[in-house]
Design a protein around this ligand. Sequence first.
Ligand SMILES: CC(C)(COP(=O)(O)OP(=O)(O)OC[C@H]1O[C@@H](n2cnc3c(N)ncnc32)[C@H](O)[C@@H]1OP(=O)(O)O)[C@@H](O)C(=O)NCCC(=O)NCCS
Length: 142
Amino acid sequence: MNINIADCTYDDVFSILLTDTGWNERQYMEELTAKTARGLAARIDGCTVGVIFWRQAFEVAEITMLAVAPAWHRRGIARLLLKSMLKNLCENGAHEILLEVRVSNTAARSLYLSAGFVEIAWRSLYYANPDEDALVMSLRLS
Ligand SMILES: CC(C)(COP(=O)(O)OP(=O)(O)OC[C@H]1O[C@@H](n2cnc3c(N)ncnc32)[C@H](O)[C@@H]1OP(=O)(O)O)[C@@H](O)C(=O)NCCC(=O)NCCS
């Protein structure tokens, strides 16, 4: 399986939107067009199978979105996107990465724990539709 990781484009967003990742067009476009956001896409044979977006402010970065097309789950694509993002953040002087995740999202929580993130805080009713608490996770880069 030959996976190519590259800067995320409009084509990547429209391609990943065709799969049911749980994110909608407005959310993807917000990340793609935000001045402070950066994004990477994973492509296999020209087809977009996953995207990651983050924002960096000096030494602290926040992952704002990570999605892999359901047909490609459990093939290591999210882990590869995370690794590529971490390399970029290290090169750009980040010291810490933060994210929020729904407490019920066991797939994402396992992924982040396996990548070295730790749970540092709990935000009550942080999410809507459906209402749910968030866990805040952090990874310190040395
Ligand atoms: C969470 C998500 C990005 C994982 O993508 P993925 O490409 O399937 O993940 P990977 O194959 O790289 O998995 C890496 C590790 O994460 C964990 N993991 C991933 N999916 C899991 C699942 N369904 N259940 C338990 N652990 C899981 C495992 O530790 C896995 O390692 P392993 O396969 O060697 O056991 C994907 O399920 C997704 O797009 N979900 C919907 C959007 C979302 O929830 N994004 C995160 C918001 S914070």
